[in-house]
Design a protein around this ligand. Structure first.
Ligand code: NAD
Ligand code: FES
Length: 284
């Protein structure tokens, strides 16, 4: 059983869990993910491993409650357990010393970029990080990203904190300055990653993004996570999750990810009703 050792709310609907998983903690590298199941009949969802402590045998996961399963997970507490945590899965991020790098985390994607920024810094790169969120209350891991970066820029869409605007506005400024990077790593919502790719493409800057399409088995067998990269079909779970952003068919991926939106909303509404009813039942 994968016992929850710590639980912390980082922002509205965004929760950090430290989970006992000693074998995964020993083997994981930056960029790896796990597939978790909260209950026996529950859906399997992929989550990037944000951090690990091989001595304590724990891994850190950060989860945004957006669908039924993620809401159920965020209702788990310390001493509760996940039924399954399978991993580490996926190809680790290729980490080299390329010189100047920019790491971009959009919203909860900051949790995924953090281990990559740390690995790039340890490999001797200059790391400029951009952390973007819709508003101040949704900025996460600011302290951790500051500690691991040579420079940190925080942006908010509404200007309630840091620089007003999208992460791509700040990226544009860096690219046209003396600090133009050799590589950009960006993780966040798909429209953000597509926009980053379009900013770096004309400058020929190597750009990597991490994709989180629907996943089931996580072993390359079911085909649920297929994406088109460079005109070829790839499976995000075994060939990725990181890919060259300039080669990804983003429109196709966005359309595929929207396929189950209505069903997901129905399931989420039903789940919210069940949770509300459970809260109203007096315990005795
Ligand atoms: P969000 O919608 O609040 O966006 C975060 C930031 O991204 C914004 O503040 C802005 O700076 C930037 N951004 C968004 N749209 C943009 C655009 N069109 N152009 C330029 N910049 C843009 O983010 P959120 O609500 O935290 O994101 C949730 C999404 O991130 C979910 O859809 C989730 O699936 C995805 N996600 C992806 C990964 C991954 O591995 N790729 C990991 C975690 C979450
Ligand atoms: Fe099944 Fe990737 S999740 S092939």
């Amino acid at each position: 059983m994968y016992v929850i050792i710590e639980k912390e709310t980082l922002a509205p609907k965004i929760t950090r869990f430290v989970v006992q998983a000693p074998l995964i903690a020993k083997k994981r590298k930056a960029g790896n993910f796990v597939i978790v199941r909260a209950t026996e009949t529950g859906e399997r969802i992929p989550l990037t491993i944000v951090d690990s402590d091989p001595v304590k045998g724990t891994i850190t996961l950060i989860i945004q409650a957006i669908g039924k399963t993620t809401h159920l997970i965020n209702n788990l507490n310390t001493d509760d357990s996940f039924i399954d945590v399978a991993g580490p899965l996926g190809e680790p991020t290729p980490i080299e010393n390329v010189g100047k790098t920019v790491c971009i985390g959009g919203g909860v994607g900051t949790a995924v970029i953090y281990p990559i920024a740390r690995a790039l810094k340890s490999a001797g790169n200059r790391v400029t990080s951009i952390v973007g969120a819709r508003s101040k209350e949704l900025v996460i891991l600011e302290k951790e990203m500051a500690e691991t970066s040579d420079e940190l820029i925080v942006t908010t869409d509404d200007g309630s904190y840091g620089v007003k605007g999208f992460v791509t506005d700040s990226l544009n400024k860096i690219i046209t300055s003396d600090n133009c990077p050799q590589a950009v790593y960006a993780i966040g919502p798909l429209p953000m990653m597509r926009a980053v790719a379009e900013v770096t493409r004309p400058h020929g800057i190597r750009t990597y993004v991490s994709l989180n399409p629907l996943m089931m088995d996580g072993t390359g067998m079911c085909g649920a996570c297929r994406v088109t990269v460079g005109g070829e079909m790839k499976f995000a779970c075994v060939d990725g999750p990181e890919f060259d952003a300039h080669q990804i068919a983003f429109d196709e991926l966005i359309a595929r990810n929207n396929t189950y939106r209505d069903l997901e909303k129905t399931a989420l509404d039903a789940c919210a009703r069940e949770l509300d009813e459970a809260r109203e039942v007096p315990h005795g």
